[in-house]
Design a protein around this ligand. Structure first.
Ligand code: TMP
Length: 191
């Protein structure tokens, strides 16, 4: 039975969610057992996603979801053992990114429903795609998921899902310390 806590960070590329998660993990791990994990995973399907980028959006959605099914199985074990699990991206990434590629949202939701657990809290790191892309470019990283017009759609999708699911929206344009402090304030209420 689940007695751990699942915390998810979501956001467009360059939103700063991953570095904030690193900082939050090192903060929380001073007192509690924390597992940091992410999607796409480093497992077989996750690697397939990273290396095979020339596939249809539907195939991509299937692969992200298959990766998630295996990941959820793993996370359930950690949660059953009372761990705090912090996950960089989860099902909302598929709903926001793949539907921005034109994949039918009702299909994405239906397909994900049996392979997910509802997180205890999900943070949406909200930032303008212009600012996000600036950060990504300064790191020298770029992928097909990072075009401006595409990220605008992804952001809109994220905000819609956040409203529906009650995600905590974080203004990711604020300075890092401020962002971390507001994330930690929310987390401290549930751990
Ligand atoms: P990352 O840069 O956070 O590691 O994520 C890799 C890319 O994969 C990112 O641009 C978002 C994308 N992605 C999806 O399109 N759908 C998904 O379900 C997931 C988990 C990631």
């Amino acid at each position: 039975m689940k007695n751990g806590i699942l915390i998810v960070f979501e956001g467009i590329d360059g939103s700063g969610k991953s570095s904030c998660m690193d900082a939050a993990v090192s903060e929380i791990s001073k007192k509690r057992d924390v597992i940091r994990t992410s999607e796409p995973t480093k497992g077989v399907i996750g690697q397939l996603i990273r290396t095979h980028t020339d596939v249809t959006p539907e195939t991509e959605a299937l692969l992200f979801t298959a990766d998630r099914a295996e990941h959820t199985k793993e996370m359930k074990k950690w949660l059953d053992n009372g761990k705090i699990v912090m996950c960089d991206r989860y099902y909302a990434s598929t709903l926001a990114y793949q539907s921005a590629y034109g994949v039918r949202s009702s299909w994405l939701r239906k397909m994900n429903e049996p392979v997910i657990i509802e997180p205890d809290i999900t943070f949406l790191f909200d930032i303008s795609p212009e600012m996000g892309l600036e950060r990504v470019e300064s790191r020298g990283e770029k992928s097909k998921f990072e075009r401006l017009d595409y990220l605008k759609k992804v952001r809109r999708n994220y905000l819609k899902i956040a409203k529906e699911k009650g995600f905590v929206i974080i203004d990711a344009s604020e300075n890092k310390d401020h962002v971390l402090a507001s994330v930690m304030e929310h987390i401290s209420k549930i751990i």
